[in-house]
Design a binder for this molecule. Structure first.
Ligand code: EPU
Length: 412
């Protein structure tokens, strides 16, 4: 099993470039299916989840070319609509192809996608929304839907990021107007809408809870992916955990407000200068309580890295995970490293300790794996983090970037 080796206890200093956002680029790659001409995505991160999306596109018949961080897709030769289970299971982002394939081919196969194990992750909102737009399940073939899409009003029971994105993609291929109420407001959704608008689509209201999509397929587009706010949050937490003076370049501070607010309450000095965030961290204090919530609330994806940063903060921190039903698996690893945490259901009560110790621990999901690394940077001695494959799904050059800040982190 591939692992990360961390020799902790070194303060971080220097500058790091934040890559394009994983969770923005995955729906954009699914969106390329809708275009009538080739389109290019710049600042595309090099991640195994992106590789999986490219494999799906290639399987469908698209031509995909990558030059450094620019990924160009020619969707014109696409002729298939079915995605085999093996490809669906690789990542959660495979679910987005349902909306765009329904829109382009009038047919799709929507089975349970892969992705991190965070408790229950049903796709009922996606299916209900596509059904409202006119997709009908095929009785003989499990997971196969077909039909002609016609715009309608959809009310999501919860502002699901993935369902919002999927229904925008489907709405683009539907006749007439699709309105999504109680839509998610995450910046990755606006990035997807910008990409589609650059191709001529008429979409409004993204960033609010009500999105309107006028049907009509995009022509061609070229766009830069927004900076990855979760990678930025993880590096900010790494600086807070290990202490130091770190510059995060290529960031959108407005996307990080709730995370930066907690770090400031914990005692970090944070300023935004010349397009970079400067984070200076020494001894931390508890920021009080943190509750995860849909954007603009505190992001569930930053919950584990933030918990890692606060393991040595003076006082008691309460963290309540409300978005996913089981996303606290990293606690076991933190406890093995000497953290004092009480878990009660989806809540964690963290009592700051003076020291953490290096241990062998196992990453069980993407953000949990990154969080174990964040904790290991502050621990005395050596930590081995097993399950590196989880981290590689969402962090480009993770070890290399941490080394550029003076950390002793190597892949093995
Ligand atoms: N939900 C349902 N039914 C559905 C869809 C969602 O009950 O049909 C529930 C989920 O079970 C969960 C909640 O709604 O309890 C929120 O899920 P959401 O659909 O918003 O999440 P997602 O689209 O599956 C994306 C990101 C996640 C991120 C969440 C929340 C991608 C590829 N994934 O997942 O990212 O945590 O939004 O912000 O965009 C990660 O990057 O590590 C990651 C897990």
């Amino acid at each position: 099993m591939q692992s990360l080796l961390v020799d902790g206890g070194k303060r971080l200093s220097g500058e790091v470039w934040i890559s394009g956002s994983k969770n923005a680029v995955l729906p954009m790659l699914a969106a390329t299916v809708l275009f009538q001409e080739p389109c290019c995505i710049q600042s595309c991160p090099n991640l195994t989840d992106v590789d999986a999306a490219v494999e799906i596109l290639t399987h469908l018949g698209a031509r995909v070319e990558r030059n450094d961080d620019c990924l160009c897709v020619d969707p014109r030769p696409i002729w298939r609509w079915d995605i085999p289970d093996e490809l669906m299971n690789r990542m959660r982002g495979s679910v987005f192809f349902a909306g765009s394939l329904m829109a382009r081919m009038g047919k799709c196969r929507l089975t349970q996608p892969g992705g991190c194990s965070l408790g229950k992750r049903p796709v009922n909102f996606h299916i209900d929304g596509l059904t409202a737009l006119g997709a009908s399940p095929d009785n003989d073939n499990e997971g196969v839907f077909s039909g002609h899409l016609v715009g309608t009003e959809i009310v999501l029971p919860y502002p699901s990021v993935g369902a919002t994105e999927n229904l925008i993609l489907a709405g683009v291929g539907a006749d007439g107007v699709t309105t999504i109420h109680n839509a998610a407001r995450e910046p990755e959704i606006s990035c997807l809408c910008d990409f589609l608008r650059a191709g001529g689509c008429r979409i409004s209201g993204d960033g609010t809870a009500c999105i309107r999509v006028d049907g009509g397929l995009p022509v061609s587009s070229q766009m830069q992916v927004i900076p990855d706010r979760m990678e930025a949050a993880t590096f900010a937490c790494a600086a807070a955990s290990a202490g130091g003076d770190v510059l995060l370049c290529h960031v959108e501070p407005g996307h990080l407000s709730s995370v930066l607010d907690v770090l400031q309450r914990a005692g970090c000095d944070i300023v935004y200068v010349d397009g970079c965030l400067r984070i200076q961290a020494g001894d931390l204090i508890s920021p009080g309580s943190i509750t995860t919530a849909p954007y603009p609330g505190f992001p569930t994806d930053a919950q584990a890295p933030m918990m890692a940063a606060l393991l040595r903060a003076k006082g008691t921190t309460m963290i309540d995970e409300t978005v996913f039903s089981d996303r606290l698996n990293h606690i076991t690893g933190f406890q093995a490293m000497g953290a004092h945490i009480e878990r009660n259901g989806n809540c964690a009560c963290i009592h700051g300790v003076d020291h953490l110790h290096g241990r062998t621990v196992t990453a069980q999901d993407l953000r949990g794996g990154a969080a174990l690394t964040v904790a290991a940077l502050a621990a005395q001695g050596k930590t081995t983090i097993l399950g590196l494959r989880h981290i590689l799904r969402g962090y480009e050059d993770f070890a290399l970037k941490l080394r550029s800040l003076g950390a002793d982190v190597h892949q093995a």
